[in-house]
Design a protein around this ligand. Structure first.
Ligand SMILES: *Cc1c(COP(=O)(O)O)cnc(C)c1O
Length: 454
């Protein structure tokens, strides 16, 4: 029998690779695509005999080099976060321990670490005592758990006439969650938007009309930072409509939630404290690695009521006073211990370090908006609410598409695009903790130069 534990030198080799990766993160190209040979080689099945660790790690490095470097400072597309090394270390330690944190009794102090971070987040959003949180794989699964909790709380088992309210700018994970939870597509009602934001008056009218037609409005969805343009809905007004109409108020702050740590972010997210449920993605605006979403609910009992289950084989477990059993709050039973990847960076760097970094990102977005607005080639119709800056070329959509391709082909930065009101927008989002002012100034110089020869 061969031993399945790697030896000391093997562990050192792995740690050396991690150290090299972090040391090289500034120098790597923002994107790089080879001829496909590396990708094809990675499809090979595992051999029967042992491999050589050094050469396997060389494979890993080569595989990671194909595609877009989402960890580097030049990644300004979608939602950059960088990925904190301290979080990766926390994750390594958590995985080595491999404790079972689905039920508090088997790892009470580790569950307390995760619960402590979630309680702290509830406090940041001014949610009352009795609020509770759950970590998930991301915003989409957190939204699914929120939607099922809202549906169960407001409609019970007879939910087919239930309707929920979004705008065309709401992330599609809401409609997807509705479908998974058994609601027909036409139960997702699209409220008109004014200047990218849900119109609260129009929402109230649609709800009243739906009720008159025999439907059962149960859920209002506000977005704190839309995916395309980073726009925040009028949360206070939407919370008012939800309250008057007896609807559950959900806030999708998957992207915007982290900015609640800053005073500007709190001002822009005003009204979020009325949320019955709220989703944020630490893998976006708290700089963590992909795979960490958070759901917070005003009344923790609603989450448990919608998701709890029991198997006889769990009969030995009594629960621990004051700690949640995460395995009973969402769709997962086995719950990956995601606590340490948040707990370690927050406790190690301190909250002020996150606040300062997020403040810097808000400044960087304002800088991008100012500089590109001042350039006659570009059209920027919206001030950024947070850190997403959409812009287009006055010369049109085809020119914009060509500019995006030319920017990304340099391998120095990587941008993405979106479509609003049928028009093509490039989109620059400096939210990675690794993206600093000099990176953004270099990016602006590159974009402006290429736009002149476009
Ligand atoms: C990213 C995003 C989501 C989806 O989150 P995932 O973590 O990718 O599942 C939902 N809503 C908004 C506003 C987002 O930006």
């Amino acid at each position: 029998m061969r031993d399945l534990e790697p030896d000391g030198p093997a562990l050192e080799t792995m740690m050396r690779l991690a150290t090299e990766l972090i040391a090289g993160v500034e120098r790597e190209p923002a994107s790089a695509y080879g001829d496909g040979r590396v990708t094809r080689a990675m499809l090979r099945p595992p051999p029967d005999h042992p491999g050589d660790l050094a050469s396997l790690l060389t494979d890993v490095k080569a595989a990671a080099a194909e595609g877009v470097d989402t960890a580097g400072p030049g990644y300004l597309a979608y939602f950059p976060a960088g990925g904190l090394m301290s979080s990766a270390l926390g994750e390594l330690i958590a995985q080595v321990h491999n404790r079972f944190t689905s039920v508090a009794e088997l790892a009470p102090a580790l569950v307390a670490m995760e619960h402590g971070v979630l309680r702290w987040l509830c406090d940041r959003f001014a949610l009352p005592p009795g609020s509770a949180g759950l970590t998930t794989t991301g915003g989409s699964t957190a939204t699914l758990a929120a939607l099922v909790a809202a549906r169960h709380d407001r409609l019970g088992d007879d939910f087919h006439e239930g309707t929920l309210y979004v705008t065309e700018h709401t992330h599609y994970c809401v409609a997807k969650a509705a479908r998974i939870s058994g609601l027909a597509a036409d139960r997702v009602r699209v409220v008109p938007a004014e200047g990218l934001r849900m119109d609260p008056g129009a929402a109230a009218e649609l709800i009243a009309a739906d009720r008159a037609a025999g439907l059962r409005p149960f859920l209002m969805v506000g977005t704190a930072g839309t995916t395309s343009t980073g726009t925040v809905d009028p949360l206070t007004a939407l919370a008012g409509v939800a309250r008057d109409e007896g609807l559950w108020f959900h806030v999708d702050a998957a992207y915007g939630g982290g900015f609640q740590l800053t005073s500007r972010g709190r001002a822009r997210l005003a009204g979020v404290e009325h949320a019955d449920s709220l989703v944020l993605d630490p893998h976006k605006s708290l700089f963590l690695q992909y795979g960490t979403g958070v759901l917070l609910v005003r009344d923790g009992r609603t989450l448990a009521a919608a998701h709890t289950g029991f198997g006889d084989y769990l009969q030995d477990l009594q629960g621990v006073e004051g700690l949640p059993d995460f395995g009973h709050l969402g769709p997962e039973l086995t719950h990956e211990f995601r606590g340490l990847r948040m707990w370690l960076p927050l406790h190690l760097h301190g909250v002020a370090a996150f606040r300062d970094a997020l403040d810097e990102k808000l400044d960087l977005a304002a800088l991008v908006h100012r500089e590109l607005s001042a350039d006659p080639l570009f059209d920027l119709p919206w001030e950024p609410d947070l850190t997403v800056v959409p812009f287009r070329l006055h010369s049109g959509d085809a020119a914009g598409q060509r500019l995006l391709e030319r920017i990304n082909a340099t391998g120095r930065i990587f941008l993405s695009s979106t479509r609003v009101d049928g028009r093509f927008y490039l989109r620059l989002n400096p939210t990675s903790h690794r993206t600093r002012e000099h990176h953004v100034r270099d990016a602006l110089a590159l974009i402006r130069a290429l736009a002149r020869t476009n």
